[in-house]
Design a protein around this ligand. Structure first.
Ligand code: TPP
Ligand code: SF4
Ligand code: MG
Length: 339
């Protein structure tokens, strides 16, 4: 990207003077023909990062494919808030699958396109963390194993939000959900359970796996473009703040995603054929408490007598991520981190 002076009055905006940049350097937000795949009429909560991420992903994919895109969507908040009968907020060929089978439906669409000689039409499957990590895992693993030509996008808000904030396999330890209440000796979600789907995807040696958050939309955009350059099975896992389920301020959705990354609790990286190829280093590390304290789902860890043992276990998990993904290249034991 060319170095360009950005006027002061534009530095606080997400577009950061986009329209002053050369056309190829502009974000999807500044694209004159932005398709607005997810448009007015949806009923997402205020501050819903899932809505923001989905629009960003699909708008970018639309541009990358010249508008030749079809989408299969698992049941979950994204599907429910966007398609209240008889309306639809989608402006892309879009099909609602079951909770469990978005990956299989997308595979079928890709196979049909291929049989018709229309490999130019690309396919995206998308779902929440419950639809991905839990009930949809079998279909997803099959899609990976067969290396079907589909990009699967998981919008990870860390619980089953659509049905009332139940725990999923992606809910973090100690988090309070409606099925892991903040009661007893070990309140909230149990430690030592759950799964990180990007690692499972990498274990299939598929062409492309990446993680991203709504805190860095240019990075998200670049990863969608990179994913669309590949053929075969690809997986994109996006951390999306949910103000309702996390108990955060609606204005803080971007900030919370940024704190997740800076605390080390959510690693941002890319991998090809099972090997990590790039990581986003943590430039200004923050204590895990800075990320946890503003969230009501972790309120039981603080107060007059903070739960030091739970906080220590969470700190250790951030340390482990930093070590494993080399998120701080200068830290001993993490030499060789890529950027
Ligand atoms: C077989 C089946 N079981 C349960 C449901 C009810 N259900 C619909 S969406 C949902 C939770 C979705 O959670 P997630 O995939 O994380 O998406 P989110 O709403 O959090 O974005 C559940 C349990 C269903 N539709 N089908
Ligand atoms: S419950 Fe959460 S994921 Fe669902 S629409 Fe509201 S903010 Fe978005
Ligand atoms: Mg969810």
């Amino acid at each position: 990207m060319a170095t360009r002076h950005i006027p002061f009055m534009q530095t606080g905006t997400l577009v950061v003077g986009n329209r002053l940049l050369d056309e190829e350097d502009r974000s999807i937000q500044a694209w004159q023909d932005r398709p607005s795949t997810l448009t007015r009429g949806h009923r997402a909560c205020q501050g819903c990062a899932e809505a923001l991420a989905a629009r960003w992903v699909l708008d970018t994919a639309m541009e990358a494919t010249g508008g030749k895109l079809m989408v299969a969507n698992a049941t979950g908040c994204l599907e429910v808030f966007s398609t209240l009968y008889p309306e639809s907020a989608w402006r892309v060929p879009w099909i609602h699958s079951l909770f469990a089978n978005a990956a299989a439906v997308a595979t079928g669409i890709a196979a049909t396109n291929h049989a018709k000689g229309r490999d130019d039409i690309r396919v995206i499957a998308q779902g929440g963390d419950g639809g991905t990590a839990d009930i949809g895992m079998a279909c997803l693993s099959g899609m990976f194993e067969r290396n079907d030509d589909v990009l699967y996008v998981c919008y990870d808000n860390q619980a089953y939000m659509n049905t009332g904030v139940q725990r999923s396999g992606a809910t973090p330890p100690a988090a309070r959900t409606s099925t892991t209440p903040a009661v007893g000796r070990h309140p909230g979600n149990a430690f030592g359970q759950g799964k990180f789907v990007p690692k499972i995807a990498m274990a299939h040696d598929i062409p492309y796996v990446a993680t991203a958050t709504v805190a860095d939309l240019r990075d998200l955009e670049a990863k969608v473009r990179q994913a669309m350059k590949h053929r075969g099975a690809r997986y994109l896992h996006i951390l999306v703040t949910c103000p309702l389920g996390w108990g955060t301020k609606t204005a803080d959705s971007i900030k919370m995603a940024r704190l997740a990354v800076r605390s080390g609790l959510f690693p941002v990286f890319e991998a090809e054929y099972g090997e990590i190829t790039a990581v986003t280093p943590i430039r200004e590390r923050v204590p895990v408490e800075d990320y946890l304290r503003p969230q009501r789902r972790f309120a039981h860890l603080f107060g007059s007598s903070p739960d030091e043992s739970a906080l220590e276990r969470i700190r250790l998990s951030a340390e482990r991520n930093i070590r494993l993904y080399k998120l701080i290249p200068s830290q001993p034991g993490t030499e060789g981190g890529t950027t």
